[in-house]
Every structure is written in C-alpha cells, then in structure tokens.
Design a protein around this ligand. Structure first.
Ligand SMILES: C[S@@+](CC[C@H](N)C(=O)[O-])C[C@H]1O[C@@H](n2cnc3c(N)ncnc32)[C@H](O)[C@@H]1O
Length: 292
C-alpha cells in the first residue's frame, strides 16, 4: 500500500503487523464495543493509530500499547492532540502469562478516576500474542467488561467451540466459563495490508459477572482444565489421574468420577463447562493445594 510505504512502514511479521485498511471494518470493530464515556479502552497494537483515534472520540480514555518504535512515533503525530489517550511504547506482555505491570498500572489509574468506569479491550490484535492477551486479561486484577478483537478466524472458532467439536479446548472452557462469545464478522485477508495467510474474524467476548461468580477459584479452574485438555481425546479418568499425580490416589479419583456418574469411556473433549466446574470443585475439595 502506497500510503503505508510513504510513511516508511516495513511490516514486521514477528510483530504480527497486518494493518486494517478497510475503513468500514475499522468502524465495525469500534461499533461492536459499544463505547461510551464510562469506558477505559485497552488497545494492544496502536499501529498507525487509526483505530485509536476513532475510540478516543467515543470513550473516556484509551490506553494504547505499541512495541514498534517507528509506529509509535507515527501514531503519536496523529494522537498527540487527544488528551484522553495514553500511549505506551513497550511490549504489552511481561511474559506469556502476565501483562506488563506498567500497562496494568495505567489501566488502574484510568479506572480509578470514577466508580462507573469499566475496562474494554478493543484491538486489531497481533496474531502471535492474541491468545495470551485475551486469556490473561480474564485472569488479571481488572475484570474487563468486554473484548472486541480482530483475531485469526481459527482462534475465534476455538473460543466459541462446543463439546465434541474438534476446536473445543481449554481456551473455549476458560472463556465460556466467564463470558458469552460470538463471531461478529469473518474477514478475508484482502482487508489487511499486508494480507495475512489466513482468514480473520471480529470476535466479541462479553463478560458475564454471574457466570464469573459461579467459578469459586478461577486460578484453580484455569489450571486444572488446562491440565485435563493437554490430551483432550484421552479418557477423562487417565487425564485426572495424571493431573493429580502425587495429590490424589487412583481410588480417590475413581470415587469422584463415580459420584459424578461419568461413563468409563468418557473423554475430556465431551464434557461441558458446567460439568467441568463441578468436577473441579470435587477435586479441589480433596486437593486444595494442587497447582499445575
Ligand atoms: C495487527 S497490527 C494492528 C495495528 C493497528 N491497530 C490496525 O488496526 O491496523 C498489530 C500491532 O501490534 C503491535 N504489536 C505486536 N506485538 C506487540 C506487543 N507484544 N506489545 C505491543 N504491541 C505489539 C505491532 O507492532 C502492530 O502495530
């Protein structure tokens, strides 16, 4: 794209730099977030700042993070006039499992301004870190109200997958235990520059406080279901025994599975979120100190 080349942008694959060039779709992402003056937006991947600018005009504030110094400078030229935009030049993640503390600190500061403020993630995410961004945000101290994100369609399929399907995974369980997720729009590679090799999707994940409150120990649930789904096609019994090795005997595992009336040949991939939650609670009651 001539415009991007004139700005001196040489997209880096390692940073998932695929810029959304379709203006209607930029608006569709922002519209799907339903922003108003209560919203503190987190954007991971400022890019040239086009989405950021749209959001700054609707939200209370936008905390936007960009790892690439050149893009950061370009976006700054567009965004410096918005005093409700906080631009951070850094990696949004500290590691695979945690957000960078500076990012969390800025979100906290923005949320503190007024009690009605709420956090929304709205971003055309770099595809290489889309899973940890979505997953970690649900585990961090600031519970998001919703996430409206552009991600690989394949990841969107995993997020909304049902039991028995090939895409049903620990990620599906983790997200669906706390939120309602839907694919808003499937997008072809041609709406990005440079075009990625795969289809993309706008996905909206709306956190449901009631669902979230029904998970007594989120960290335990997250780790236990992750352990079960490492071999999701295996029999559930084998997965529970392996996960709880050193914490529960086979006899204790069998007693729990019998109490829940699981068939002997039940496989992890068949179990719905509510049943996984019940199972987790029975296991946790007997092995409260277990961690992955
Ligand atoms: C898919 S592009 C989206 C850019 C722009 N928001 C848009 O919609 O066109 C992803 C952006 O995330 C940035 N990025 C990649 N990894 C990052 C990280 N770990 N932390 C912060 N930004 C990152 C890239 O440099 C790139 O600008």
């Amino acid at each position: 794209m001539k415009r991007f080349r004139e700005m001196g942008i040489q997209p880096a694959t390692r940073h998932g730099q695929n810029f959304l060039i379709d203006l209607n779709l930029q608006h569709m992402i922002v519209d799907s977030a339903d922003l108003d003056e209560r919203d503190v937006v987190l954007e991971v991947g400022t890019g040239t700042g086009a989405l950021t600018e749209l959001m700054a005009q609707q939200a209370a504030s936008v905390v936007t993070v960009e790892i690439d110094g050149h893009l950061f400078e370009l976006a700054n030229e567009l965004l410096f006039k918005y005093d409700n935009v906080v631009m951070l030049k850094q990696d949004a993640l500290k590691n695979k499992n945690t957000f960078a503390p500076e990012v969390l600190a800025h979100i906290g500061k923005q949320l503190e301004v007024a009690p009605e403020r709420r956090l929304k993630l709205v971003a055309n995410l770099p595809y290489n870190i889309a899973t940890p961004i979505i997953s970690n945000l649900l585990a961090c101290e600031f519970v998001p109200h919703s996430m409206s994100v552009t991600i690989q369609k394949e990841l969107g399929d995993r997020i909304i997958a049902e039991p028995w399907s090939k895409d049903y995974s620990a990620l599906s369980v983790w997200i669906q235990s706390q939120a309602d997720a839907q694919i808003v729009r499937i997008m072809p590679p041609s709406v990005f520059w440079p075009p990625p090799k795969v289809q993309s999707a706008i996905v909206k994940i709306a956190v449901d406080p009631e669902k979230r409150a029904s998970v007594p120990d989120l960290k335990y649930f997250h780790q236990f279901t992750k352990a079960l789904f490492i071999h999701r096609r295996k029999f559930l019994r084998a997965n529970v025994v392996a996960a709880m090795k050193k914490h529960l005997s086979k006899v204790e595992v069998d007693a729990i599975l019998t109490e829940m009336n699981f068939a002997e040949d039940c496989r992890t991939e068949q179990i719905d979120v509510a049943t996984l939650l019940k199972l987790t609670e029975l296991v946790r009651a007997q092995a409260p100190d277990w961690t992955l």
